[in-house]
Each structure stands twice: as C-alpha cells, then as structure tokens.
Design a protein around this ligand. Structure first.
Ligand code: ADP
Ligand code: MG
Length: 317
C-alpha cells in the first residue's frame, strides 16, 4: 500500500519503544541521548543491499532482523551492551505492508536485546537498509582485535558455514533448514559481554573465519594457526555437503556472525563453564604463534588450502 514518507515514519515511531536514557527519540531533527557516566560509547554501522547482502525475495521481516543482527554482532564482538540504534531506509516505493513486516523482524530482535530505535532517515531508491548501533562498555574494557598474544588459544562460538551452505542451496532448495542461519543470524551479545575480562582479542565472523581471524593476527602483530578439522559443524551442514565442500564453507564462507576470540590457556575452564551457562557451543580451534598471517592445518599438521579465503566485495573475481 502506498503511503507518504511521513506515514512511514509515523508507523516506525509508533512501534519504536523507549528507554530511560533517551531524552528525545524519533520526531525531532536529531535524538538526544544520555550515555551513562564513566562508560565508553561503542558505535558501529552496517548496510544491507538487496541482492548483495540478502537474496532478492527475502521476506521483509527477515531483512529487518538481519539488518539489526549484523550490527548487534559488531557490538557483541566489542563486548558492548546494546542501547540505541538508527535506521536509514532506501525503498523503491513507499509500502506500509513492507515496513510493517520489516519492523516485525527488526523489533523482535531489538526487544531481545533492549536496544531502542532513536532515529533515522527514509528515502526513495534501490532497496537498501543501513543501521547504526550504539552500546556501552566500561572504560578501557572493550574487546579489541589488537590484544591477541603468542600462546593464546583461538575459540569460536556456535557452528560455521551454515549461511554459506544455505546460499549454495538457494536455487535448488530455497527453504532448506540452513536458510534461517542465512536470514536470521543470532548475534552473540551475551557471549561478548561475558568474554570481557576473559578474552584478549575478539572479532565477529562476517567475511569468513580465516579472513576475520586474519584481522586479529595482523592487528595484534602475531600469527594464527587453525585446525580446520576442529571447526564446529552443524548436523544440517554435515548432511548437505561432502567433507571438502563443507570444510571450505566453514573456513571461508561468510555471514556466520559467530565470535572468534583468543584467550590465555588459564581461561579454558572459565570458557567451558561459560559455554554451558549460555547453552552455546564454544570450540577451541587453534592458537596464536609468533609470525604473521593465518595458517590453516589438518589434524595431522599438513597445511590445508582452499581457493577462496573470504568474501571481499571489491576483490577481483
Ligand atoms: P529531517 O528532515 O530533519 O532529517 P526527517 O523528516 O527525515 O527529519 O525525520 C523526522 C524524524 O523521523 C527524525 O527524528 C528522524 O530521526 C526520524 N526518522 C526518519 N526516518 C526514520 C527511520 N527510517 N527510522 C527511524 N526514524 C526515522
Ligand atoms: Mg531537520
């Protein structure tokens, strides 16, 4: 149903909700926010473009969920507590059915994490959704990419490769069980918060494990060794692909939104109890060593290699 820009904004505003630290939310020229004294503000932004970051034909509710999820995942990887977000929407036409569906997904996830929409922008153009998310960390306590040390273990939450599997099956089986992992990633917010004080470095896996762990390695000035045979796999992925294909998806597929982190050996018991407390798989997959780059190894120590190391939007194909 066609509606004006202001009708759309009114629909968004009516459902946005509030928090005590929002002095002024949607409706003025800008939001007024009151960050808690003594904490640092963590700010991140991510855009989803139709056909690039979600398949054409993805349900509006799934687009809404994913647009927020990828940003919450960045807050999680910093160990931040989510607070506020803004939403910039570019829509081919003003469509209330679309916006209501979008908000269903977006606000369901927002409600789970106590993050509130405080503003944004609405324009006409190709379908594109851009979210900025803000959260808090205690001063100096954020999980960063540059804190890994030689001797650290490398860990990963959840399972890897599911979204890449869903993408590979898109034509043949668009409703495959793996599809929810592509459309509705679970941002590991509680894990990120609990890792403050335990992890030395952390990154969320959006472009493929080896590529994103490579960021920790280069920012920390150390190298990473990963045992590809130790990478956690879901039953659905194992059932759908042969071993070589799914291992490549786990090591280098994108859109996982799991947390990859490093921690000293002394933290192993705490990480294992965190895993049972959160009812979340957390798997030790390698270690940090002197040198640079990321080495992928088989269980017997031989090098493993695959043609693709991660998803780079600007890489020559
Ligand atoms: P301005 O023209 O001053 O930028 P707008 O008319 O674009 O203001 O927006 C009016 C209000 O609605 C502002 O508070 C803005 O933050 C909010 N807003 C606009 N689009 C969105 C959106 N997609 N999501 C959330 N808030 C929005
Ligand atoms: Mg204005």
């Amino acid at each position: 149903m066609a509606a004006g820009e202001f009708d759309l904004i009114a629909r968004i505003r009516a459902r946005a909700g509030t928090r005590d630290d929002i002095v002024l939310g949607i409706g003025d020229d800008a939001a007024l926010l009151a960050p808690p004294p003594g904490r640092q503000l963590v700010v991140t932004a991510d855009t989803l473009n139709a056909g690039v970051h979600f398949p054409a034909g993805t349900a509006p509710a799934d687009i809404g969920w994913k647009a927020l999820a990828v940003n919450l995942s960045d807050l999680a990887s910093m160990g931040a507590e989510p607070a506020w977000c803004t939403l910039s929407l570019s829509l081919p036409q003003s469509d209330t059915v679309w916006i209501d569906g979008f908000l269903d997904g977006f606000l369901a996830l927002a409600g789970e994490h106590g993050i509130v929409l405080v503003g944004g922008d609405t324009t006409r153009g190709p379908l594109s959704v851009s979210v900025t998310a803000m959260g808090f960390v205690d001063a100096g306590r954020a999980l960063r990419r540059d804190g890994a040390r030689v001797g650290d273990d490398v860990w990963i939450t959840g399972t890897l490769g599911d979204a890449a599997g869903a993408l590979a099956l898109l034509e043949r089986d668009p409703a495959h069980a793996l599809r929810t992992r592509l459309d509705r990633p679970t941002p590991r917010v509680r894990a990120g918060l609990a890792l403050v004080g335990l992890a030395n470095a952390c990154v969320d896996v959006s472009d493929g494990l080896l590529a994103d762990l490579g960021h920790i390695a280069s920012r920390s000035g150390v190298a990473a060794q990963v045992e590809v045979d130790a990478l956690p796999v879901s039953e659905a992925l194992r059932a759908a692909f042969d071993e070589a294909t799914r291992t490549a998806m786990q090591a280098s597929g994108g859109d996982d939104y799991e947390l990859c982190f490093t921690a000293p050996g002394a933290a192993r018991a705490s990480i294992e109890s965190l895993s049972s407390q959160l009812d979340l798989r957390i798997t030790r997959i390698g270690r940090m060593v002197a040198g640079e780059g990321v080495q992928a190894l088989r269980a017997d120590g031989r090098p493993w290699s695959s043609a693709r190391r991660g998803y780079d939007h600007f890489a020559a194909l």
